[in-house]
Write a protein that binds this ligand. Sequence first.
Ligand code: SAM
Length: 263
Amino acid sequence: MAQRPQGVVTRGTTNPNRLRRVDNWIVATCGDQLRSAADPLVVDLGYGATPVTAVELRARLAAGVRADVRLVGLEIDPARVVAAAPAADPPRLTFARGGFELAGLRPALVRAFNVLRQYDERDVAAAWRTMTAALAPGGLLVEGTCDELGRLGGWVLLDADGPRSLTLAARLGTLDTPATLAERLPKALIHRNVPGERVHDLVRALDEGWRATAAYAPFGPRQRWLRTVAGLREAGWPVLDRPRRWRLGELTVPWSAVAPAGW
Ligand SMILES: C[S@@+](CC[C@H](N)C(=O)[O-])C[C@H]1O[C@@H](n2cnc3c(N)ncnc32)[C@H](O)[C@@H]1O
């Protein structure tokens, strides 16, 4: 018998191209994993009022990783599953009802974006565990949050062993100060931007670094961000990825560098 979808219906707000930053990061960072998967099955959990970001993720993965990728958009709201049906393109792209249990699927990759934001912080660990337990062997989960237009975002990469890394990403052309990234931290961290928490130290270091590199502003925000991230690394932050990714307005650190107190 089919399992009852786990979770609750929340606001369905979404926007075309809103998830481009995380999608591009997924193509670059999780691509090898998906390329070597026996079954290139991807789940977009909680696609919202329209399936536009699920359609976009499928297209980006097909173009950038492998053409035979199959994407299933899962929604806990049955009305949103019905509404998405005209966008289906089986077997490449389908929509179904499901929750954190992933409707019995065993995907190689799950993207769950702007889903946990409306839950309590105390629900996060269980939701993560439920989703990662459903992954295919070696599978990955990317869970995070962004603003309405996708200019600021933050996400956690997880595997069956738990969280691996945190990525912050900003559209540098409109970035006022990196402190605004704190508003788009994933649910596990958004309430931890307070003194004594490591993510607070990270956001503060990023902000101080941005101010200290004001002299780079005439060379453009990209140069300034590159210098800021390089400065964080010089100061001992275990910055992952290469300047190639930093140039895009990203910063990735191991989860251990930002895990909440008592995690
Ligand atoms: C804010 S929308 C996000 C839409 C899209 N992912 C985006 O980022 O633009 C959140 C959606 O997640 C759905 N949702 C919430 N909890 C869920 C769960 N446990 N399983 C599946 N969908 C869920 C809600 O019904 C809602 O449609």
